[in-house]
Design a protein around this ligand. Structure first.
Ligand SMILES: [Zn+2]
Length: 218
């Protein structure tokens, strides 16, 4: 259940395929290992490598992957509440509260942002603490916005860039993540920093195009 946190924070609902969901009664189902022929119940499988949405359940004899199990969503946990252990219940309740607080305080419209002077806005993506708190969007000493941060919240970075661009247009030069924000922004995700860098690159490209048009109008 380690990954419950990051997955749920994105509010993903992963719809069914043939893989068992976390609360399906897969432990009592019978499995067969295609590699070595072992047969047995789900309880005998050994927890293997975790990925972002699922983990592998491996053969106890040869360690080959026999099946994969989806991590639960908040919705699945709620509809299987009697099967959810106390610690996971606390996690679910915490995440629901966090999500509600985010919904109440999130930046959702460009008009919420203050007007600022300047033609070359280097805006900073910062965080309260290394381990969480609020994401703080700063321009110089001016706090443009703050809202609850998510662990591995890089998906939010692009949304904030879009809102900044809507408000300030190509005057935005960059949105720079501080070193302190990195832990929370990228988390354990291998692709998170690439995602953020790619978005910053797009932003600069838009600005460059707009600048060229202004200097050399057709
Ligand atoms: Zn096997």
């Amino acid at each position: 259940m380690r990954k419950l946190d990051s997955k749920m924070s994105k509010g993903f609902i992963i719809q069914g395929n043939n893989m068992p969901s976390y609360y399906d009664d897969w432990q009592s189902a019978q499995f067969e290992c295609k590699a070595c022929g072992w047969k047995g119940s789900g309880t005998e499988l050994i927890e293997g490598e975790p990925f972002s949405d699922l983990y592998e359940a491996n053969c106890p004899k040869c360690r080959e992957c026999v099946t994969t199990v989806m991590f639960p969503t908040i919705e699945e946990a709620r509809s299987n509440w009697d099967k959810v252990p106390p610690l996971d219940r606390m996690m679910v309740e915490y995440m629901e509260a966090h999500q509600a607080s985010f919904e109440a305080r999130k930046l959702f419209a460009p008009e919420q942002l203050p007007d600022v002077e300047g033609d070359d806005l280097v805006i900073v993506w910062d965080i309260d603490q290394f381990n969480g708190g609020d994401t703080i969007i700063r321009y110089g000493n001016l706090e443009l916005w703050r809202e609850p941060a998510f662990y591995e919240g890089y998906w939010r970075f692009s949304e904030v860039v879009d809102l900044l661009m809507q408000k300030y247009g190509e005057r935005v030069q960059d949105l720079v993540p501080t070193r302190k924000s990195g832990n929370f922004l990228y988390g354990d995700s291998g692709s998170a920093s690439r995602y953020v860098e790619e978005y910053r690159r797009k932003m600069r490209q838009l600005r460059r195009r707009a600048t060229v048009t202004t200097i050399h109008p057709k």
